[in-house]
Structure formats: C-alpha cells, structure tokens
Design a binder for this molecule. Sequence first.
Ligand code: SAM
Length: 292
Amino acid sequence: MSLRDYDNISPTAKLVAEMRRHSDIPFAEEIATRMGSAELVREMLDGDAPAPELLSWMAPTIEARYKSLETALEASGVKQVVELGSGFAFRGDAMNRTTPLRYIETDLPEMHDTRLRLRNELRRDGVLPVQEHVIFAPLNAVAPGDGAVLEQNLVPGEPVAVIHEGLLQYFTRDEKRAVALLIAGLLKRHGGVWLTPDFELSDDGSRKRWTHPHFARIFSLIAGSTQRDLRDAAFTSVDEVKDFFSKLGFRVTPRAQIDGTFALSSAERVGTTPEQLDLLRRSRILWELRLD
Ligand SMILES: C[S@@+](CC[C@H](N)C(=O)[O-])C[C@H]1O[C@@H](n2cnc3c(N)ncnc32)[C@H](O)[C@@H]1O
C-alpha cells in the first residue's frame, strides 16, 4: 500500500466531524463548520439532507465511541497519550483543559498539515487554548520505523496510553497486525495500555438495523474511495478478537461503551429512540489491551 492509498481514508474524518456536531463534544460545532463537513455529507448523499434515521444511529454511535474512550483513558490514570489517526477530534486540547496530560496527536503527513493549519486558525480565533503539552506529529500507523517520531516526544520510563477511534476498521488483518506491533513496542518500552473502540464485529446487533439507503450510499462511497470494505475487515466475534491479539502478545478486555458514566447528548437532539439506544448499549464495545 502506498501512502496515497491511506490518504483516501482521510475524508472520512469530515463525516465523523459532521456527526459530532450533534453532540456536546468540545469544539465539535466549530470544527464541523470550519471543515465544511455538512457540505461534504450532502455531496455524498447527492444533494439530500441526511435522513433522520442516518443521524439517529450514527450521531450517538460516534459520540459514544469518543466519550467512552475519554472515560477509559481517565480511568487508566496514565498521563501520557499517543493518539493514532486523530483526524479533526482535537481531543488532546479538549482533555487538557481539565486533566493535565502529555498528549501526542498523530495522523498521516498530508492530514497532519491540514490539522496544523486548522489548529492555528482555531488558536488565533480563541477557540482552542494554546497548550504546550499537546503535540502534533505526522505518523503512518502501519509504516514500520515511523514510530521513532513518538519516542522523540515521549517521556522515557513513563507509561503511555495508545488510543485511536475510526482507524482500524479500514485495515486488513496484516495492517492491523502492523499497528499492533508498533503499539507492542511502545508498551514494552513504557508500560501502559492500548484503548480503542475500533475492533468492529460483523454480527454487531445495531449495524444490522442501518437499513436506510443513505447508509448504503455512504458505505459504498467509502468503499469506492478507500478501496476498502468495512464489513470485510470486521472480526466475526469477541473470541476472534481475543485470539488475534493474544497471538501478538496482548490480553484483551471488552467493555460496554455506554455504561451510564456519561450523557449521550446527541440522542435527544437527533431523535434516537429508547430501542435504538438499548441496541447501541448492548452492542458497542470499548477494548482494553495490555501486554501479557
Ligand atoms: C474516520 S477518520 C477518524 C478520525 C478521528 N479519529 C475521529 O474520530 O474524528 C480516520 C483517520 O485515520 C487517518 N488514517 C488513515 N490511514 C492512516 C494510517 N495509515 N496511519 C495513520 N492515520 C491514518 C485518516 O487520515 C483519518 O484522519
């Protein structure tokens, strides 16, 4: 795979930014507006406004994965963070307002440049605070050797939490293995934990209900532009996830993302029904991995 192939995944970050707009996640509205993410989603849907059904599933799904990752990170007590494929979330800046963290946000080089420009704009306009412990770095998560940039920024001997959301879904098993090896190296040197919502299961109960044609349109566009089918890349079961990563030296713990520790603000705004919420509660997983 060349770097350009991975760059094809980057526009999906705008789709996610647009879904976050419906939540109370910090900076979400401002970022979505500046990235023109509403226009991108309309273009994807041939000029249609997103169907209420698309929003009622997708917005709380994206909010839950963001907030559950943040909650797990706080609970881990780890004070230095590496985020892979950060996109337009700006979570480092959001978290550092209340929790002092050394936070290294990374993404592909082209996306890194776009993110730096956006961050400068948001700082200039007083939206984002200037925080010296939030560091941006370019990194291809599947390129062996790219990990060196992380060591330049990490405090030696301090544990690290490695996190990502919306990244591994796109990767083949070989690519997932490459990312796992990068993270295993970091955890061997520093200790710490790997946290992610990204190991999707093909029998996920909520996804079966994403039947509106807008879902099919969006997923076929993503498959076409990224040359990747998210369903093909999914795991079949929790046991398969455990088995795959245990062969790479990890102990895997799955937890419910929606566990009552945070409010799902988008649910009311986009009209998610109690039945939809219940399915999301039962199906969405946050994964914790530690070296054996
Ligand atoms: C769906 S977006 C999610 C972005 C962000 N995590 C969020 O939740 O808003 C996927 C992100 O992964 C990045 N990406 C794709 N391939 C990558 C790779 N090989 N290494 C690092 N980042 C990658 C893209 O540039 C994009 O920002």
